[in-house]
Design a protein around this ligand. Structure first.
Ligand code: HEM
Length: 397
């Protein structure tokens, strides 16, 4: 089996489940060469991914969670600053605590009514057309609007920020030179305006709260705010979108599941949503760096080695899931780790679940007879998985 988990070609039609299956069976902690780097360990079994993600004492999130990230590796990305996603406890714990209360299950549920109203508005905008790009016009709208509302920004700005996220998450080789850096710069330029606006007119929103809160007895400085802003906009955008469009695509490929789900949508949605999370696993990987020598899956890991956790592979591991290659919407036991686990386990997962449920209820409740109007185009990324564009035809119920 040819293994290449770097080339965007391997991800051109979704995640390379054939390669993952081979690796889980024959070489679950696999040494993977890198053309322009020192190589990395590809971890593909559920138990190993779970163990690495929780063992922050051995596997650090710094200096970066990307396989190739020269600026972060050389310490020149943001000077002495880093995003919370790249921190380890106890620093990580202190930063996460600043925003944790906004993302608890009860806090997320307080937003449920508003999210449902946004879902209605999004479907209203396409329902009479009979055809749309499901990614841009439906799935992408929800996370863009929700992050804008959370931060206290105009909804249209959320859409623009989301386009920048998409560029940031695209493999550099699939972009014009410098485009990724320019997108980050634009995001920072926008967030700098947010700092001025929210300092002048603080409101009841997350941006104002972040500017007012303290870490180690002092206020966050501008760069710390910019990095939080980038993380929140980045983390919740194309992940949620890809779950929704990847989920609909999976249902279109198995039309019999549509009828089963819509027969009793409210009751069947929770299990179905978890199964779609397992099935699509929008975050392909997170990288860690060994802080000390360790043994993993019988392999000797050396201090400084890159160790990459493949969530999409873990979520198809036959040791953990019965019939892992079958999309089983009623799956009762579902220990998927699409949201990761351990100290960095997705902070937005309660909110994401509410967004997903609201959209699926609107889409499946009001639209029917979905079919692809053109072949699906996948994101050219080895980091975030999902359709880039998915033109669909449908009927109004
Ligand atoms: C289907 C949607 C989503 C998926 C699949 C997803 C997945 C993930 C994953 C895999 C991680 C890393 C976990 C780890 O390293 O163990 C993560 C972290 C994170 N996610 Fe999500 N996410 C989603 C939606 C969201 C949303 C809606 C938000 C917020 C608006 C969000 C905010 C975050 C943040 C802030 C982190 C970093 C947490 C930390 O470093 O402590 N995510 N997410």
């Amino acid at each position: 089996m040819d293994i290449d988990l770097l080339s965007p070609t391997s991800f051109a039609a979704g995640q390379p489940h054939d390669q993952f299956a081979w690796l889980r069976e024959h070489d679950p902690v696999h040494w993977h060469e890198e053309p322009n780097g020192k190589g990395f360990w590809a971890v593909t079994r559920h138990a190993d991914v779970w163990a690495v993600d929780r063992d922050f004492a051995t596997y650090s999130s710094g200096p970066t969670i990307m396989i190739a990230d020269p600026l972060a590796e050389s310490g020149t990305a943001f000077g002495p600053y880093k995003m919370m996603l790249m921190m380890d406890p106890p620093e990580h714990t202190a930063f996460r605590k600043l925003i944790r209360s906004e993302f608890t299950q009860p806090a997320a549920h307080l937003r449920e009514g508003r999210i449902q109203a946004l879902a209605r508005q999004i479907v209203d905008a396409v329902i009479d057309k009979g055809e749309c790009d499901f990614v841009a016009e439906v799935a992408g709208e929800m996370p863009s609007f929700v992050i804008a509302e959370l931060m206290g920004l105009p909804l249209d700005d959320g859409r623009e920020l989301y386009k920048l996220t998409e560029t940031i998450h695209t493999a550099p080789e699939a972009l014009p030179p410098g485009a990724g850096g320019q997108a980050v710069a634009k995001m920072f330029e926008y967030a700098t305006g947010v700092i001025a606006e929210k300092r002048a007119r603080p409101a009841d929103d997350l941006a104002s709260k972040l500017l007012a809160c303290e870490v180690d007895g002092r206020r966050l400085d501008d760069t710390e705010f910019l990095l939080f802003f980038l993380l929140l906009v980045d983390a919740g955008g194309d992940t949620t979108r890809n779950l929704l469009s990847g989920g609909l695509l999976a249902l279109m490929e198995k039309p019999e599941l549509f009828g089963w789900l819509t027969d009793d949508l409210d009751a069947r949605l929770p299990a179905a949503r978890e199964e779609l999370l397992r099935w699509t696993s929008p975050v392909i990987y997170m990288r860690r760096t060994a802080r000390r020598d360790a043994v993993l899956g019988g392999k000797q890991i050396r201090e400084g080695d890159k160790v990459v956790m493949y969530f999409g592979s873990a979520n198809r591991d036959p040791e953990t899931f019965e019939r892992p290659d079958s999309l089983s919407l009623a799956r009762a036991e579902n220990a998927h780790i699409a949201f990761g686990t351990g100290p960095h386990g997705c902070l937005g997962q309660h909110l994401a679940r509410i967004e997903i449920d609201a959209m699926l209820k609107e889409v499946l409740g009001r639209m029917t007879a979905f079919e692809l109007a053109a072949p699906t185009e996948w994101l050219p990324s080895n980091f975030i998985s999902g359709p880039k564009a998915m033109p669909v035809r449908f009927r109004k119920k």
